[in-house]
Design a protein around this ligand. Structure first.
Ligand SMILES: [Zn+2]
Length: 150
């Protein structure tokens, strides 16, 4: 599954065409609950029951709003691309596949900074992208480069 295409499908399905992308309403539409909790060593994860009827995303509450948004979008990527239980614990240590993590990041980037919406502006600085999309400047810089704007 191509991460960016999966993210675009989701944006289209729920007619998300204004920035910043409303993750709260998206999660509600998908019947996914988001909880905030303190955690160390990771930004977020999700749990689901075997029948996949109930999915909960847990996000670290000690980081800023932008990073929380990216974590939620990243976890949505794992969920939508059926990565299943990608985080598992070996003696208390979380191990994750670099490939699946990269896919989830790509999904999150497209979900929060949709190419289709950004290109309407013609040109945006990373600072504007960060502001409009409620993402970190670091993430916006990467996106601006991908858009050919930096
Ligand atoms: Zn992940």
């Amino acid at each position: 599954m191509l991460p960016r295409i999966e993210a675009r499908k989701l944006l289209q399905q729920f007619k998300l065409n204004t920035l910043p992308i409303d993750l709260t309403s998206l999660c509600t539409s998908l019947c996914i609950d988001v909880f905030y909790d303190s955690m160390t060593g990771l930004d977020g994860f999700f749990v689901q029951n075997q029948e996949r009827q109930k999915i909960i995303i847990i996000v670290g509450d000690s980081v800023g709003l932008c990073r929380q948004r990216f974590s939620i979008a990243h976890e949505l990527g794992h969920i939508r691309m059926h990565h299943g239980r990608v985080g598992f614990s070996i003696a208390g240590k979380i191990t994750r596949s670099p490939h699946l993590e990269a896919s989830a990041n790509m999904f999150a980037s497209e979900l929060l900074m949709p190419k289709m919406l950004l290109q309407r502006f013609g040109f945006l600085s990373p600072e504007r992208i960060a502001d409009l999309c409620q993402v970190s400047l670091e993430t916006a810089v990467i996106r601006a480069r991908e858009m050919g704007w930096a």
